[in-house]
Every structure is written in C-alpha cells, then in structure tokens.
Design a protein around this ligand. Sequence first.
Ligand SMILES: Nc1ncnc2c1ncn2[C@@H]1O[C@H](COP(=O)(O)OP(=O)(O)OP(=O)(O)O)[C@@H](O)[C@H]1O
Ligand SMILES: Cc1ncc(CO)c(N)n1
Length: 269
Amino acid sequence: MTSDLQQFPQILTVAGIDSSGGAGINADVATAFAHHVYPATVVVAVTAQNTYGVQAATLLDAQIIEQQFASIADDLAIKAVKTGMLGDREHVEVVAKALANYDLGPIIIDPVMVAKGGSKLLTDDAITAVKEQLLPLATLVTPNLLEAQQLTGIEIKTPTDLVQAAKMLQTLGAKNVLIKGGHGTGDELTDYVLLADQSEFTLVNPRIDTIRTHGTGDTYAAAIASNLALGHDLTTAIKLAKSYLYATVADEIIVGHGHGPLNHWAKGE
Ligand SMILES: Nc1ncnc2c1ncn2[C@@H]1O[C@H](COP(=O)(O)OP(=O)(O)OP(=O)(O)O)[C@@H](O)[C@H]1O
Ligand SMILES: Cc1ncc(CO)c(N)n1
C-alpha cells in the first residue's frame, strides 16, 4: 500500500526480546525513540535474561515471523531495517527470504552470535546461512571482532588482519563493513569501517571503565538505522551513532547487578 502523506521516519528491527530490557529489540526501540524515529518490530525470539546472562530462549514459528513482515510491509513506510538475534539456520533463512521480498530500505545486519554473559544466541550451523543468505543483502554488516573472525575464518590479531577480514566480508556480499572493537584490549577501542567505494576510516574512543555495556552492539546498529531513516548518508549515520552510543555508556545508570543496560536518556534531546 502506498500513501502520498509525508510519513514520520520509521525503522524496522528484526531480533529477539530481552526480558531485562537492555538488549535486542528493547534496546533498538529505546534507541529509535531517542532519535525521534518510529520503530516497528519483527520478533524472532523471546529470551529470559537479565544482566547476569541468558537463562532461556525460544524461537517463534516461521509462520508468525513471515506474517509480521507482511503486516508491516502492507502498511508502514520503513526507511531502514536492522537484524539482531536470529537464533538458528531456519530462522536466518526465513528472515533472509523476507528481507529479499520486501523493500525496507538499507539493510543493516548485526550478526549477533553470543550475549555478554557468554550464552550463544546463534547456533554454529547457522553461520553458513548468515554468510550465504544474509551478507549478500547487507547494506552494512556490523560484526564485533569475534563475529568477524567466525564469518571470515581470519584470525584478527593485527590491523592488516582487520582490513583483510573486512574485505572478505565484502567478497561475501556485504556492501559496507563496520568491525566493532569493543572486545579489543587496551585503553582505546577502535572500530574499523570499509565502505563500498573502498574508502576506509576508524572510530577511536577511550574505553569507559564500566561493566554496564549490555546492548552496545544492538544500540549501535539501531542508531545507524535511525540516522539513515532520518536521511543521513552512511558515513554520517555511523559517526552520529557512535557518538550516541558513547554517551549512553559514559553516563551510566544502575539497573541490575551485572552487565547493566545503557542510558538512552544520556543525550537528553
Ligand atoms: N567499555 C566501553 N567503553 C566505551 N565504548 C565501549 C565499551 N564497550 C563497548 N564499547 C563500544 O560499543 C560498541 C560495540 O562494541 P562491541 O564490540 O562490544 O559490540 P558487540 O559485541 O556487538 O556488543 P553486544 O555485546 O551488545 O552484542 C563499540 O563501538 C565499542 O567501542
Ligand atoms: C535478545 C538479545 N539480542 C541481542 C543480544 C546481544 O546484545 C542479547 N543479549 N539479547
């Protein structure tokens, strides 16, 4: 369905719900609202988790996932979409098929594999499906260091390895690549970006001394999607998202006893 009305900027997040509210769809929705962007959601998984870790997870039936996409596509005007926790091979395939079927704008693939407490959010046999079916659709893929290693088979120890891995992700079909450095060691964290035109840049920030980093990856990708929906180009969208993310980590709120959630009020706009 189309409309001539000037529609409010809308994004879609395709991911899992976090019962403790800090990661997954919950983080994406908070991020979108903080950007004055409207978030629609396709729920793939429901998790029982808290700031200590993930206690249980259930994946929804393919049929209701397909219907959520259809319902949204029939009515809303989605300007950018991001994926997060997809769970297993079957669900990666269902989501890839839907993303290929509907025009939802730029596609940001956050290839979520492991939660902060160490629980697996994607089965090992799904990694091939991510490579073969999701990466070719990706406007941007946003792996952390471990995910980049899993997807490329390249052990990332040096800056040269990082560039190699990013190039490999492009060879696998992702147009633009952002490898996040949150799992790096040292006082500075470096994200590496390789764009479709082969230009590159890094984003460097001091490591904030906090354990309250639940949902950083989700928030980053959702902020990029929100900025794209607002009309920013990809480079600007990434830089603004990084600045938003940094503020949400720096100005911590105390929720729970472990890896607590981010402060989505930090920018206060
Ligand atoms: N302690 C910290 N201080 C400042 N920035 C951080 C910190 N931890 C993570 N970040 C930033 O958060 C972003 C996401 O990093 P990370 O590599 O941890 O992603 P992720 O593993 O996908 O996150 P998640 O565990 O939420 O899935 C990076 O840009 C990183 O620099
Ligand atoms: C539902 C969900 N998605 C993603 C992550 C990773 O941040 C998490 N912990 N939980």
